[in-house]
Design a protein around this ligand. Structure first.
Ligand code: FMN
Length: 389
């Protein structure tokens, strides 16, 4: 394996190894990419308080997310098409997460199916659902997730329709890729990826093809997904889904205090403060800037997680210090996967863990659960999204 010291190192290798179509799919935000960019730059506006002459021995990054023990409070976020970033990508990422001791979330739009991931991994994983109009399909997929012993349902609320990513349209994104001359020329330089793909049968949306009525091949799938996302999703439907599931429920894609209060009122176990990594509402505030006002609104009423823009252990620390109980990473693990498969995801987790652990020590803390506002120097106005900083 190449020498990786940062997540950014992994992104560069990932870019070289994976077809352009899938790299662009991951490394883009919607429209102007303002939110995609600010998700990262807003983390840099927060500084850390350097403390000295405190005992730094016997540190711990262990914590809990929705009552589950975690080696560090960082879960792998649901990422569609993970199995196109690397052959059998969902299984590889879930195994790496399981070995590390952090949760893995399987996307509705995964390549490996729920059953396939359950069969090839040891630890229970979380299942993410996009709410579809076809309630028979929804009922069946929830039952499949229960049968696979998924330990939480992550209900994504910020994608009733899709934000536009220009490159996906221009690249003709599809799974598996259509073999146009441009794609063939690109694939010729991505032999490692191609060898992996030739060695696996998992190349379609495994949770959907053969499970949704009439969707038996890739062509039918395109038409089905375009018309299936439920534009009429509302809080009443979310309550109905909560009851259908009956287990731990995380509402993902909350980026406003009023929605956070609603989520807490309907009795969800946690929310993920998220703007989908800047892939949906371009112009939305970064999730790290929305976190303080959301924490003020919900207090201790509901567990709060955060994603969008995390690329370092320092970012994780900042989110925790501002009140999140846990975090999720999307691109940071995909870079690792594309660069080096399961070992690459393990390496990405090791990098984030070492950064979190050492930074925590240099802030004068030994226990990740003790992090708080006192560890940060936050610029004036940061916590008020209406102030421009
Ligand atoms: C390539 C890609 C695909 C994604 N697919 C899904 C998905 O299927 N379901 C979902 O809830 N979120 C999806 N997301 C959003 C992630 O779960 C997460 O919110 C986001 O990646 C966090 O931002 P980050 O990538 O900056 O860490 C996707 C994100 C990326 C980058």
């Amino acid at each position: 394996m190449a020498v990786y010291t940062t997540i950014e190192d992994m992104r560069r290798v990932y870019k070289r190894r994976v077809p352009k179509m899938f790299y662009d799919y991951c490394e883009s935000g919607s429209w102007t990419e303002q939110t995609f960019t600010e998700n990262k730059t807003d983390f840099q506006k927060i500084h850390l308080r350097q403390r000295v002459a405190v005992n730094m021995a016997n540190r711990s990054t262990r914590s809990e997310m929705i009552g589950q023990d975690v080696a560090m409070p960082v879960a792998l976020a649901p990422v569609g098409l993970t199995g196109m970033q690397h052959a059998d990508g969902e299984i590889a990422a879930a195994r790496a997460a399981g070995k590390f001791g952090v949760p893995f979330t399987l996307s509705t739009m995964s390549i490996c199916s729920i059953e396939d991931v359950a069969e090839h991994t040891e630890k229970p994983f979380w299942f993410q659902l996009y709410v579809m109009k076809d309630w028979d399909f929804v009922a069946r997929i929830l039952q499949r997730a229960k049968d696979a012993k998924c330990s939480a349902l992550v209900l994504t609320l910020d994608l009733q329709l899709m934000g536009q990513r220009h490159k996906d349209i221009k690249n003709g994104l599809s799974a598996p890729p259509k073999l146009t001359p441009a794609v063939i020329a690109d694939l010729a330089t991505k032999w490692r990826w191609g060898m992996g793909m030739l060695g696996t049968k998992r190349r379609f949306f495994g949770n959907i093809v053969g499970h949704a009525k009439g969707v038996t091949d890739a062509a039918a799938l395109g038409a089905w997904t375009a018309e299936q996302f439920d534009l009429e999703l509302d809080w009443a439907k979310i309550e109905r889904l909560r009851d259908m599931w009956g287990g731990k429920l995380i509402l993902k894609g909350i980026n406003d205090p009023e929605d956070a209060v609603m989520a807490s009122k309907i009795g969800a176990d946690a929310i993920t403060v998220s703007n989908h990594g800047g892939r949906q509402l371009d112009g939305a505030m970064s999730s790290i800037r929305m976190l303080p006002s959301i924490m003020d609104a919900v207090g201790d009423d509901i567990e709060v997680h955060l994603d969008s823009g995390i690329r370092t252990g320092q970012d994780v620390l900042k989110a925790l210090a501002l009140g999140a109980k846990g975090t999720m990473i999307g691109r940071a693990f995909v870079y690792g996967l594309g660069a080096g498969g399961e070992a690459g995801v393990s390496k990405a987790l090791e990098i984030l863990h070492a950064e979190l652990d050492k930074t925590m020590a240099l802030c004068g803390e030994r226990d990740v659960k003790a992090l708080g506002r006192h560890n940060l120097i936050v610029p004036q106005g940061f916590e008020d999204p209406t102030v421009s900083i």
